[in-house]
Design a protein around this ligand. Structure first.
Ligand SMILES: Nc1ncnc2c1ncn2[C@@H]1O[C@H](COP(=O)(O)OP(=O)(O)O)[C@@H](O)[C@H]1O
Ligand SMILES: CC(C)(COP(=O)(O)O)[C@@H](O)C(=O)NCCC(=O)O
Ligand SMILES: [K+]
Length: 268
């Protein structure tokens, strides 16, 4: 099986998957790359020449050593043009564009991450399907039983909501997501918890509203969460709304990579 790397470039960080053919071997995340790396990417002749920055510290690199003597193709789904540009110099970079995604009804400025995630989810669990991506932004993206985009919605993600409150007010601290270890008190008695309560309970209420509206349209449809805050938000949704526990709703971090795999298969 041929080896390749999937790279999803989000607004907070890079998400990587090493594929052996159709199987994901390992995934990891790294920070955005600096412009200084462009030169190094241009001169890559083998996997071993790739900058260390793209490998995670906890990635067992010995697993990758069989690949070290070759140059791996990297399939890129990016919503950050300045980060995409850095890869133009890499000889085996393939930027995935919206026009060849095997879904209908797509609008021209739809995020490629959203298109691939809904494609990956639909291929794995069947169409119709709804994807909730809790990344920098939080997005809802649905497709119907004919693999046609139904549409969706975009709002500020969990960290962005917390950060912007801290940045645009004099007295509010910027809370970070690792500080939210459990569901806050709804009726909070201190500033930090009041911020957490406001952001979390309204986010969960919005998600519940979209989920309910989706199931009114497509009652048996699978709903998939992904993204850095997806696991936490699904956990909170379930604990506040136990009636969702037995419904088809799950967390799956690799939807975009599954979408890349389907995209590549559509050319075979
Ligand atoms: N190590 C981490 N670095 C950055 N964000 C993280 C990390 N762990 C969890 N998160 C959460 O993930 C969110 C970003 O989600 P992610 O899916 O990585 O975003 P994007 O795909 O937009 O780059 C942040 O808002 C943050 O709350
Ligand atoms: C909505 C997004 C910013 C989400 O990006 P992310 O939070 O995953 O970094 C991205 O999908 C995007 O730039 N979309 C383009 C607009 C659209 O999808 O309609
Ligand atoms: K994303």
């Amino acid at each position: 099986m041929e080896a390749w790397l999937g790279l999803e470039i989000g607004n907070s960080r890079l998400h990587w998957a090493w594929f052996a053919g159709e199987e994901i071997q390992v995934t990891w995340d790294t920070p955005h790359l600096s412009r200084l790396i462009e030169q190094q990417l241009a001169q890559c002749k083998t996997f071993a020449d790739l900058p260390q920055e793209i490998l995670s510290p906890d990635l067992n690199t010995s697993r990758l050593s069989p690949l070290a003597s070759r140059l791996l193709p990297i399939y890129i789904a990016s919503v950050v043009p300045s980060q995409t540009a850095l890869w133009q110099a890499y000889p085996e970079a393939h930027v995935i564009s919206l026009d060849k995604i095997p879904l209908s009804g797509i609008y021209s400025t739809l995020g490629i991450d959203r298109a691939l995630a809904v494609l990956g989810a639909g291929e794995a669990f069947g169409f119709p399907v709804l994807v909730i991506d809790a990344g920098t932004a939080l997005t809802f993206t649905g497709a119907d039983g004919d693999r046609c985009l139904v549409g969706g919605a975009i709002l500020s993600g969990l960290s962005l909501q917390l950060q912007s409150l801290g940045q645009k007010t004099a007295n509010l601290p910027s809370i970070t997501t690792p500080e939210i270890l459990s569901l806050p008190e709804r009726w909070a008695m201190n500033t930090s918890e009041a911020i957490q309560s406001g952001v979390i309970y309204t986010l969960i209420a919005s998600i519940r509203d979209f989920v309910t509206a989706w199931w009114e349209k497509f009652p048996d449809s699978q709903i998939c969460f992904k993204g850095g805050d997806g696991k936490l938000l699904l956990e909170y949704l379930r604990s506040l709304h136990p009636e969702f526990t037995d419904r088809k709703i799950m967390y799956e971090p690799n939807l975009t990579f599954w979408g890349m795999r389907s995209y590549l298969q559509s050319f075979q």
